[in-house]
Each structure stands twice: as structure tokens, then as C-alpha cells.
Design a protein around this ligand. Structure first.
Ligand code: NDP
Length: 458
């Protein structure tokens, strides 16, 4: 008789947990996955997917306006928030059922409830205890808000997906992925949108040209971005909410959303009691095999706070399952992971920023291009695209590619393959462009960018 109820007990049925469960089960492991909320996790239930649906929804306002220049006319378009939210909810329900079906078809037992570790081989859910040879922590992360007076009058992205009405005036706090994406959503749907960021430029960590360019473009699209601004307190009023900022100024709005980062879900799981070490930020500390300080306990995804993206969690989950239950041990390669911000316009990037490349490599070549996309030559819309390549001057390898503009994510996904393979600038140049596209500029930029001061000194 088997020593434990399961070979693998996974805590958390999000992207990483579901992938690991299915792959392990397909290799013949006896697997259970425990979920206290809805199967699918952040990505499917309250992240990437519903967010992208709202991003699509938000684009139509501009698209209707742009269509006039192409000869189309229609009676004044009207937007109904309730329709968008209920259609989005139907799709999320469908995906939730698909995920449950995938687990069932793989023979994974779904345990509904909150899991707590009793010891290194026992997980308790409600009044039942399950024994497992191996345990995988895949509990994700949750939004965090600063503790300010009146913070209870604010929302996070979790609640933004379920607002009863579209706020007429909304304030978004933060300058990261989620803040920029929701600023684009609310602004595109017609809300008067203010974005407050405490630093000097949004999207810290991204290439500086990208940051400046995106900020300017978002402002052109109508978002009131206020840099070097932060909230001191929030009060509820008869008309909505009133914010007092650090400089004493006030903003009246209908909703305030904090997108001020996410924290790993490690509390109340019994991790400390069984000796699973956490890092300084409270994330589960793991090695390159996703193994924690307890040899039979592993962790993948946002709970480990490595690169907090769904495809990374999926790959970490896959590598974990392949290593333990498949024929070939595999480690996730966290280098050159591309990512996108679905702001308006969108941003996508792979590899090093100009500043990081300069620090790591010393001599680098920069190629960049900004232009108005063909589509807007007719609409006259003041909307521009930025493309940038960062090249190692010695090896001539392209070490970074950055884009701001429509379909940036679709474009950079392909470029990421070339960067991952170590393609050189000459190989980019030898690739024939697809005309007319914005992406073709990635293979037609021939002139190195020279800082204006350097050019003046030549
Ligand atoms: P980020 O860490 O990206 O951004 C948090 C923002 O909030 C930063 O601008 C930060 O400022 C600011 N901030 C933090 N604390 C405070 C505070 N106390 N007061 C005021 N401002 C504060 O977090 P997000 O919540 O946007 O996203 C979390 C993660 O989820 C991302 O890092 C990403 O990995 C992932 N994600 C990915 C998406 C995608 O792939 N498209 C979409 C959404 C999320 P500062 O810069 O000064 O620290």
C-alpha cells in the first residue's frame, strides 16, 4: 500500500499549480490540488484574461472616432459597462469550467478549501488531513495597499472587475503594470482618469525612453498623469470620495484604485511551522529547481516572487513536474523573459534596458525610431510608435528590444525568439521586413542613435 494518500499535493489552482498538477498526473503521479477560491487563479479569474477583455473593450471608443476618417459613420456610439462586465464574467465562468475539466480529465483530485501544512508530509483542509510525498506551494500573490487614513474607501484591481457602474471620475495610484493598464481601461471607456505616481516617471525598471514615451502618449490619450504625487488621506463624501495629496491639494472622484504592488500569499499556511524559509519580502525562498528549504516541499509562481508573470509560473510548474515525474530534469531559464504592459498604447520588451546594458556591457549601440503609424495618417490622431534596439557593441548581439505602440506584445513575442537565440544586429538587418507594418522597423533601423550632445561635440 502507498505510504501517502498522494504523490503530489498542490496548494493553489492557478497557472503554476494547475500546470504542475496536470503534467505530474500525465506522468502517472497521484495528484491532488487544493483551491480555496475559484480554479484558474489570478490570471484567469482576476488578472490577465479579464484585464485583456476590458482592454479590448476600452479600445472601441477611439476606434469609432478613427473610423470616421475612413468613411464610416454611425449614430453616436454609447457604452454600457453592465454589458461588458456580464460578458466578461460569462467568459471567465467558461474558462473556470475548462480548467476544472482539464484537471478532471488528467485525473487530478480537486480539493475545495483552505490548506494548512501540519507537517512536511501532511496538509489539512477543513477537517480532513491528506498525506503527500511531495507538496507544491502555488498560492500566488494578492494586491497590497499602503495604510493611509481612509484606505477602506479605496479599491484594488480585484474589485475593479466587479464595479456596479463605470465611475465617472477615477483616480489610480501607482506607476506599475496594473496602474498603467487600468488607467488605459478607464480612460478608454470614458471615465475622467487621473493617475498618481510617487516617483519621477512611471514604469520604474523599464527602459527610460519607453517610460518617457509612454507617459507622453498616455497623456495624449487623455490620462491626467501626475508624477511626484501621492495620497495622504481619503474621505468619503456625499458625492463620492475626496483625496488629499501630500502637497495638500485635493481631488474629488467616484472611485480610487490602488495598484501599489502585490504580496506573496504565504500567511496562515503553516509554512514557518514546518520550516519553509521565506525571503525578506515574505516570498517562499527557492533554488533553481523551485525547491524550498524543506526537501520535499517546492514552490512556483508569484508566491516565490521571481518574475511574476503567468507564462513564468507555467514554465516553473512544468519544469518542476518534468523534473520530479518525467524523464528529464529541467530548470526554468529566467533570462530574456519578454513582457508587455497592456496600457494604451501598449508596451512590450525583452532583454536589457539601455541603462542595464550600459552597466553590464559598457559599450553599446542604440537604434531607435519613432513615427506615426500608417493608420493614423488618415485619422490625424496624435499617436506615435517607439521602437528601440540595444546592441552589445563588441559582440553585435541584440541584447534588448523595446516597443511602445499598437500590437507591441504581438511584435515583441517574435523578436524575443531572436534575442533568446542571441541574434546579432547584422542578422536582424538581413531579415526582410513585412511592408507596410510598424514591426518592419525592427529590421530596417540602420543608423546608430547618437545623443544630441555627442553629435554637437563631433
Ligand atoms: P508593480 O510592482 O509593477 O508596481 C507597483 C507600483 O506602485 C509602483 O509604481 C510603485 O512605485 C507603486 N507603489 C508601491 N508602494 C506604494 C506606496 N506605498 N504608495 C504609492 N505608490 C506605491 O505592481 P503592480 O501591482 O502593478 O503589478 C504587480 C506585478 O504583477 C507586476 O510586477 C507584474 O509582474 C505582474 N503583472 C503583469 C502584467 C502583465 O504582464 N501585463 C499585468 C499586471 C501585473 P515605485 O516604482 O516607486 O516602487
Amino acid at each position: 500500500m502507498a505510504k501517502y494518500d498522494f504523490d503530489l499535493f498542490v496548494i493553489g489552482a492557478g497557472s503554476g499549480g494547475v500546470r504542475a498538477s496536470r503534467v505530474a498526473a500525465n506522468y502517472g503521479a497521484r495528484v491532488a490540488v487544493c483551491e480555496e477560491s475559484r480554479v484558474g487563479g489570478t490570471c484567469v479569474i482576476r488578472g490577465c484574461i479579464p484585464k485583456k477583455l476590458l482592454v479590448y473593450g476600452a479600445h472601441y471608443g477611439e476606434d469609432f472616432a478613427d473610423a470616421l476618417a475612413y468613411g464610416w459613420s454611425a449614430a453616436g456610439p454609447r457604452f454600457d459597462w453592465g454589458t461588458l462586465i456580464s460578458n466578461k464574467d460569462k467568459e471567465i465562468d467558461r474558462l473556470n469550467r475548462v480548467y476544472i475539466g482539464l484537471l478532471r480529465d488528467a485525473g487530478v483530485q480537486l480539493v475545495q478549501g483552505r490548506a494548512v501544512l501540519r507537517d512536511a508530509h501532511t496538509v489539512v483542509v477543513g477537517d480532513r488531513a491528506y498525506g503527500a510525498e511531495t507538496i507544491l506551494i502555488a498560492t500566488g500573490a494578492r494586491p497590497v495597499r499602503p495604510s493611509l487614513p481612509g484606505i477602506e474607501h479605496s479599491i484594488t484591481s480585484d474589485e475593479a472587475f466587479h464595479l456596479a457602474d463605470l465611475p465617472r471620475r477615477v483616480v489610480i495610484v501607482g506607476g506599475g503594470y496594473i496602474a498603467c493598464e487600468f488607467a488605459g481601461i478607464f480612460n478608454g471607456l470614458g471615465a475622467h482618469t487621473t493617475q498618481l505616481y510617487r516617483g519621477t516617471q512611471i514604469l520604474r525598471g523599464f527602459d527610460d525612453d519607453v517610460r518617457t514615451f509612454l507617459c507622453r502618449e498616455m497623456r495624449r490619450h487623455g490620462v491626467d498623469i501626475r508624477l511626484d504625487h501621492d495620497v495622504r488621506r481619503i474621505e468619503r463624501t456625499a458625492a463620492g470620495v475626496e483625496l488629499t495629496l501630500l502637497d495638500g491639494s485635493q481631488i474629488a472622484c467616484d472611485a480610487i484604485m490602488f495598484a501599489t504592488g502585490r504580496a506573496p500569499n504565504t500567511k496562515g499556511l503553516g509554512l514557518e511551522a514546518v520550516g519553509v524559509a521565506l525571503d525578506a519580502k515574505g516570498a517562499v525562498a527557492v533554488d533553481a529547481w523551485s525547491r524550498t528549504s524543506v526537501p520535499n516541499i517546492y514552490a512556483v509562481g508569484d508566491v516565490t516572487n521571481r518574475i511574476n508573470l503567468t507564462p513564468v509560473a507555467l514554465n516553473e510548474g512544468l519544469c518542476f513536474a518534468e523534473t520530479l515525474y518525467g524523464p528529464t530534469p529541467r530548470q526554468m531559464d529566467h533570462a530574456n523573459v519578454p513582457s508587455a504592459v497592456f496600457s494604451n498604447p501598449s508596451v512590450a520588451t525583452v532583454g536589457l534596458t539601455e541603462a542595464a546594458a550600459r552597466r553590464a556591457l559598457g559599450a553599446i549601440d542604440i537604434y531607435k525610431s519613432t513615427f506615426r503609424p500608417l493608420r493614423h495618417t488618415l485619422t490625424g490622431r496624435d499617436s506615435f510608435v517607439l521602437l528601440k534596439l540595444v546592441v552589445d557593441a563588441t559582440s553585435q548581439r541584440v541584447v534588448g528590444a523595446h516597443m511602445v505602440g499598437p500590437e507591441a506584445a504581438e511584435t515583441i513575442q517574435g523578436i524575443a525568439i531572436a534575442v533568446k537565440l542571441g541574434a546579432t544586429k547584422a542578422q536582424f538587418d538581413a531579415t526582410v521586413g513585412i511592408h507596410p507594418t510598424a514591426a518592419e522597423e525592427f529590421v530596417t533601423m540602420r543608423t546608430k542613435f547618437v545623443e544630441p550632445e555627442a553629435r554637437a561635440a563631433e
